[in-house]
Design a protein around this ligand. Structure first.
Ligand SMILES: Nc1nc2c(ncn2[C@@H]2O[C@H](COP(=O)(O)OP(=O)(O)OP(=O)(O)O)[C@@H](O)[C@H]2O)c(=O)[nH]1
Ligand SMILES: [Mg+2]
Length: 686
């Protein structure tokens, strides 16, 4: 219950949902319609003129696509509804997935004309894996060529018979007819309202034995609406039902029904599935109770031009109050929460408190970060955590250099901000190639980052395809030996090491194992860390071509020491050289990274695209034609794809796009390995 001075909605009146789906399905336009329908805005903006509430950044208005999540809220039928509009382009899909922990329902929006697309599938899968209730929204029903009946069948074929319409478009598609709550007999655009009603009721009651029994005995008339409602929530929670709804953000058809479904039918926080919180390795059950200690998960960090860093969170327990103190993860430093606020696109509405089950934001907290948990600090050693969602791993890289070195400090501040905002953007210094590389999910992703660096931070970069970061490994067991002896003036250095190396399986987590198998104190225990240190230096710097080495087990089995001359430094050198000696005989090879690429191309270019992938040592694993678009899936060496963006543009007259994620490592072609190894020389340092 709200305490004196703080007002927030009761958890059973809150609904949180996110709209996600393939780019262009109409999510941002739908949000505009929802706000308009709920009376929050007086005029509807549109994506073309850049006047929507959700696509409010300069980059979004320029590209006419959402590039980051936007949060809106409205009240409807006595309920407080939060909706997250997410970007649908594959390059920015990490942002969409990152919002899943904040909502009870994932609404997958499908374009009625284009049908099921690549991101539709991906998002359905992630939401299912995460055990989140799903709803499918078929948008653009106004478009005459849309085959609504055909698409509905296809959805049921592909995603399962649990996908069932809870409303149906009218024959002229200007409105929709509810078929779940009312036993309608109106005419519909396809199939019939009666059949749809029977199907949905029968699907829902299956989750409740008593309800099934009374239905079989007395028919629908005896079903109490509340019990049917509870069964509906349960069916959603279990994934036994995925409701399908129809709408047109363009004409407004189906929007009143969608508002009603969102506000009153979809699960409240109390009716949703519990999130996988843990404390240490124990599951932690959170309760939407304002009196309990605060647990709020930060699912997004953004930078606002006027108020700076903004942490957006979802409260899973307790309350986040203005002017309070909270802790972030295991940090012992208290965070002073200034004002908390609710978000409406770019606007912030300040309030006293964000209650349990709600979504809110806090500004000016430098220490807040993505995927962190805000809590009251009662158990600092064992703070609550949310099991992280697997986000796509960024693999598309660009080597960068600052045009002006005067920008260096400015650049590191800007990059830190961009990284905090974007869970799928990384900047890394690759020791082996001495390059600084930025990585993202695709070419457009990095292009937008370069645009932001220029427009917001006034920084310009030179970019080039990065050199490939190979990895070294061994493929056979071998033995190595080194006796290090040095006499410089008075004190000498002495250490002797015998060791064996063997390849480790690819799945090995660290990729390195060090075992002391000496007996009888031939090498005193205190020198083992020095030997390991020497070996780790080789692992980091490379043994045969200057790339980091992994996948090696090392067993030190014999050696000699000297009471006076054996020092740490002597065993570091002996370990290093014995290891190098062994690696030379252990059939060392270079591995190159392979990625999984998903290319979307107009169907007529499919042959060219597949042929081109083959010339890049790629293997096509799947091709699928959807309307005029073809999706080609392949695995290929990352090194062959560095300039792929340009090539794909020319193959498809600019219409193709692709994304890639890390797949696995494979031995590099022999000629490349030989050239890399021939170019490498050790700088001896003893
Ligand atoms: N005919 C018609 N056009 C629509 C409808 N909804 C959206 N559009 C148009 O479809 C295009 C894409 O709409 P958006 O709302 O930007 O789509 P989105 O899903 O937000 O796209 P991303 O932000 O890229 O993920 C725009 O030109 C809209 O005007 C609809 O119901 N009917
Ligand atoms: Mg959008």
């Amino acid at each position: 219950m709200p305490d004196a001075g703080s007002t927030f909605p009761a958890p059973d009146t809150i609904r949180n949902l996110c709209l996600c789906g393939h780019t262009g399905a109409g999510k941002t336009t739908l949000c505009e319609r929802l706000l308009f329908g709920a009376g929050e805005i007086k005029r509807m903006g549109d994506v073309e003129s850049g006047s929507t509430v959700c696509d409010f950044t300069e980059e979004e208005q320029h590209h006419k696509h959402s590039l980051q999540p936007a949060i809106i809220h409205f009240d409807y039928e006595g309920h407080h509804v939060n909706v997250i509009d997410t970007p649908g382009m594959a390059d920015f899909i990490g942002h969409a997935i990152a919002c899943f922990p904040a909502v009870e329902t994932v609404v997958i929006v499908i374009d009625a004309v284009k049908g099921i697309e690549s991101e539709t599938r991906r998002l359905m899968q992630v939401a299912t894996d995460r055990n989140l209730p799903r709803m499918i929204l078929i948008n653009k029903i106004d478009v005459a060529e849309a085959d609504l009946g055909g698409l509905t069948d296809q959805i049921r074929d592909e995603f399962g018979g649990e996908c069932l319409p809870i409303n149906m478009p009218s024959p002229d598609r200007s409105t929709v007819i509810d078929v779940f709550e009312t036993d309608a007999h109106d005419e519909t655009a396809f199939s019939s309202a009666e059949t749809a009603h029977t199907k949905i009721v029968e699907q829902v009651i299956e989750v409740d034995d008593d309800l099934t029994e009374s239905y079989l005995e007395a028919g629908e008339a005896e079903l109490e609406p509340q019990r049917l409602h509870d069964a509906f929530e349960k069916a959603l929670r279990l994934g036994h039902l995925v409701p399908i709804v129809y709408a047109s953000a363009g004409t407004g058809a189906g929007i009143p029904n969608l508002l009603h479904v969102a506000a009153s039918l979809l699960p409240s926080p109390l009716e949703g599935n519990p999130r996988p919180f843990v404390r240490g390795d124990q599951p932690l059950h959170t309760e939407f109770d304002a009196e309990k200690p605060t647990i709020a998960h930060v699912f997004r960090v953004s930078t606002d031009k006027h108020i700076g860093k903004l942490g957006v969170f979802r409260v899973h327990q307790g309350v986040v109050k203005s002017r309070s103190e909270l802790y972030m993860d295991a940090s012992k430093k208290p965070l002073r929460v200034g004002h908390v606020m609710r978000l409406q696109g770019k606007d912030h509405v300040e309030c006293d408190a964000i209650g349990p089950g709600e979504i809110g934001a806090v500004s000016k907290l430098e220490d807040i970060h993505f995927d962190g948990v805000l809590h009251d600090g009662a158990t600092p050693e064992d703070p609550p955590h949310l099991v992280s969602l697997p986000l796509p791993k960024p693999m598309f890289g660009l080597a960068i250099e600052l045009k002006s070195h005067a920008d260096e400090t400015k650049f590191s501040t800007a990059i830190a901000k961009l990284q905090a905002e974007d869970p799928c953007f990384v900047l890394e210094r690759i020791g082996a190639t001495k390059q600084t590389v930025m990585r993202g999910l695709g070419e457009l992703h990095l292009r937008v980052i370069l645009e932001k660096l220029k427009s917001i931070y006034d920084i310009e970069l030179e970019t080039s395809p990065p050199k490939i970061a190979f990895k070294e490994t061994i493929t056979a067991p071998a033995e190595g030996h080194h006796r290090h002896k040095k006499q410089t003036g008075g004190a000498g250095q002495f250490g002797e090491v015998y060791l064996r190396v063997a390849p480790l399986p690819e799945e090995h987590e660290e990729g390195f194992e060090f075992v002391n198998a000496t007996v009888g104190g031939t090498i005193p225990r205190q020198f083992m860390p020095a030997i390991e240190k020497g070996i780790r230096q080789v692992l980091a710097d490379g043994a045969v071509a200057g790339y980091p080495m992994s996948g090696v087990r090392v067993e030190v089995y014999d050696g000699k020491h000297h009471d006076v001359d054996s020092k740490e430094i002597a065993f570091i050198t002996a370990g290093k050289k014995a290891f190098l000696d062994a690696v030379k005989k252990a059939k060392p090879i270079l591995l190159e990274p392979f990625v999984e690429v998903t290319v979307s191309t107009p169907s007529e270019s499919m042959g060219d695209v597949s042929g081109d992938i083959a010339t890049r040592r790629g293997r096509v694993s799947d091709t699928e034609i959807r309307g005029n678009t073809c999706i080609v899936k392949a695995t290929a060496p990352l090194g062959e794809l560095q300039t792929y963006a340009t090539q794909l543009r020319s193959l498809t007259s600019g219409a193709g796009s692709f994304t890639m994620t890390y797949s696995h490592d494979e031995p590099a072609p022999g000629d490349i390995q030989q050239a890399e190894m021939a170019n490498f020389s050790h700088h001896d340092d003893d």
